[in-house]
Design a protein around this ligand. Structure first.
Ligand SMILES: Cc1ncc(COP(=O)(O)O)c(C=O)c1O
Length: 391
């Protein structure tokens, strides 16, 4: 095996050259603590400020001080859900989210349930969309927070965030969105979309792992998740990871600057991949919304094939894909997202996520589809379902 093709960009991406150039000087030439008062500290603080400005500008936040740095999307989600719920608990203890959220949101909600909050998990239709009508129906007098992800990480479905946020605001409820998979896929304008809080991560957009941000509109009350210092205006203790914050700022700037060119490329690659798969492989189902989806992610079920086995055969061919979100890839349960979309267990177990990156060529896709056709045929030839005459 020599050739390698990476189709798991929704799990993580490589760090781009432009981002790396921003990060590296912060490890030696500019190594100050951004909290220190001397010149080393002021230089580091200027780097952190620039990253904050870049992100605020990219998402059209009103002020740069609405961006708070975190250790990633998971911390941003935990902080938004737990921090906003606790700070606003005197107004009510009901939260609404969807059944297809990332576990960073779902598990934060589960934790709050143990602490006396009530959570409604909205259903989705078979394409993965949360309906505004269902949201309206779920809103109660004591609802204080609504959290709906902008883009689902497993199937790529895009939610109607503006309509959902507006509905929340019609009832005076705070609206949070997990935009980890949305940044760079389309323009996000937090003011126009009426978003109060939003989670971001660097490593899905050619930035480093272990750094992210929470956008929090000024005036929204939030309790701290991490105490221990005056950093981030006293809201998130801990020495700021200056190199990675610099990388995050640059990654967000580039992702938002290059949306149009990147999306054009990803769409061409995605469409070519789907066309080639349809020409070479039978009994394939695409999971997710037919149109309202990002270009970078395709979730496919291959009937009579076990997704994990296909992943392993593709791995032997040098091809990286995933069967569910990376954080849950050790779980044996079928994906909670596909389940919520009403996809039966057998098809959910046969699902594979292909997520494209900006460096792929058509020849990479030709190689992947040839391997897929070979591996799917191999697995079907030994499948009990094929033998049982299912097809
Ligand atoms: C939708 C979504 N939210 C949150 C996260 C967690 O982000 P991080 O890996 O930066 O903690 C991920 C990562 O897979 C994600 O896809």
């Amino acid at each position: 095996m020599s050739r390698k093709v990476y189709l798991d960009n929704a799990s993580t991406t490589f760090v781009s050259g432009e981002v790396l150039s921003e990060i590296l000087p912060c490890f030696n030439a500019l190594y100050g603590n951004s909290n220190s008062l001397h010149s080393y500290g002021r230089d580091a603080s200027a780097i952190v400020d620039r990253a904050r400005d870049r992100i605020a500008h990219a998402i059209n936040a009103q002020k740069s001080n609405e961006i708070y740095f975190t250790s990633g999307g998971t911390e941003a989600d935990n902080w938004a859900i737990k921090g906003i719920a606790k700070a606003n608990a005197s107004k009510g203890k009901h939260i609404i989210t969807s059944s297809i959220e990332h576990h960073a949101v779902l598990d934060s909600c589960k934790q709050l349930e143990k602490e006396g909050f009530e959570v409604t998990y909205l259903p989705v239709d078979k394409t993965g969309i949360v309906s505004v009508a269902d949201l309206l129906h779920a809103i109660r007098k004591d609802t204080i927070l609504i959290s709906i992800m902008a883009v689902n990480n497993e199937v790529g479905t895009i939610q109607n965030i503006k309509a959902l946020a507006k509905t929340a605001h019609d009832y005076g409820i705070i609206f949070h969105t997990d935009a980890v998979q949305a940044i760079g896929a389309f323009k996000i304008d937090v003011q126009d979309m009426e978003i109060d809080a939003m989670s971001i991560s660097a490593h899905k957009i050619y930035g480093p792992k272990g750094v992210g941000a929470l956008y929090l509109k000024n005036g929204i009350a939030i309790d701290n998740l991490i105490d221990g210092g005056t950093q981030e205006r006293g809201k998130r203790g801990g020495t700021v990871n200056v190199p990675y914050v610099a990388g995050l700022g640059k990654a967000v700037e580039i992702a938002c600057r290059d949306i149009s060119i990147n999306q054009q490329k990803l769409k061409a690659i995605r469409d070519y991949f789907i066309k080639s798969v349809n020409e070479k492989i039978d009994y394939v189902q695409i999971n997710g919304h037919p149109h309202q989806k990002i270009n970078g992610t395709v979730n496919m079920s291959f009937e009579m094939v076990e997704g994990e086995s296909l992943l392993m055969l593709l791995d032997l061919d040098g091809i990286a894909v995933s069967t569910t979100s990376a954080c849950m890839s050790n779980a044996l349960e079928p994906s909670h997202v596909l389940k919520a979309m009403g996809i039966e267990d057998e098809l959910a177990q046969s699902a594979v996520r292909f997520s494209f990156g900006k460096n792929l060529s058509k020849s990479d896709i030709d190689y992947v589809v040839d391997c897929l056709a070979k591996d799917v045929a191999k697995l079907r030839s030994i499948s009990a379902l094929t033998k049982a005459g299912r097809r």
